[in-house]
Design a protein around this ligand. Structure first.
Ligand code: C5P
Length: 227
């Protein structure tokens, strides 16, 4: 395939405090990872690399088998690292040689609609080195220091970054090979190495399941009562 999707599902998910690493918490009878993979395999045929905590590789394979159907040969599971960036890098090592476009996706954004994947891939196919989905910031954002508001930030200049974040493979590899600074997302690392990152339309459904209320919302969205 021309496209690979690295689905990062390692890390402990301590902010969720749901008793299991985040990607393995249930939304309904299925895990967050299962739902994330369902969205990924609906996209046109891509290599999929799941990055799981070392002690959850078996559980990740179970989800992969359930979701893969006739795509089983395209999906693999590798062990993650101590940071998100280390986990992405572990996934990167498993990208096949013929791949030209790499997407990095948080398993925690389990309900991301397929359209978002399509828009990111389209931007890279159109020549962008890097493309990320964003949504407008709805809250007014303040600078706070020691309990005091010390400044406002013009909201119209701000956007919240989501995943999947897409990259031309050569740019992605070069940036990861040369950087040892930690960033909170991949686009920041690519920007640091001097490339322009374009924004495509994200989706509020691509929210990251981070806190207990996020988990409630995701459970509500997948429940049969909601549909
Ligand atoms: O912790 P946070 O919500 O920012 O994590 C974002 C994504 O990165 C999650 O899908 C999580 O599974 C993944 N991650 C990882 N390896 C880590 C930390 C986080 O794969 N060491």
């Amino acid at each position: 395939p021309r496209v690979a999707v690295i689905v990062v599902a390692a890390g402990s998910g301590t902010r969720l405090s749901a008793g299991a690493p985040k990607a393995f918490v249930g939304l309904d009878e299925h895990t967050i990872l299962w739902h994330a993979l369902r969205g990924v395999v609906r996209a046109p045929s891509a290599q999929v690399i799941v990055v799981a905590p070392a002690d959850r590789v078996g559980d990740a394979l179970t989800d992969v088998r359930e979701v893969a159907g006739d795509r089983a040969d395209l999906i693999s599971v590798v062990e993650g690292g101590a940071t998100r960036q280390a986990s992405v890098n572990a996934g990167r090592m498993a990208v096949w040689p013929d791949v030209e476009i790499v997407l990095v996706h948080d398993a925690a954004r389990a309900l991301t609609p397929p359209d978002v994947f399509a828009r990111v891939i389209e931007a890279i196919e159109g020549g962008a080195a890097a493309a990320i989905p964003t949504v407008p910031v709805v809250d007014t954002i303040k600078r706070v220091e020691g309990g005091q508001i010390i400044g406002v930030i013009d909201r119209s200049e701000l956007a919240a970054a989501q995943t999947p974040q897409g990259f031309a493979r050569l740019v992605f590899d070069a940036a990861y090979e040369s950087s040892d600074v930690e960033f909170t997302d991949d686009a920041a690392l690519i920007a640091e190495s001097g490339h322009e990152v374009v924004s495509v339309e994200g989706d509020t459904l691509a929210f990251k399941i981070t806190t207990p209320p996020d988990l409630d919302r995701a459970r509500h969205l997948v429940s049969p009562l909601h549909a």
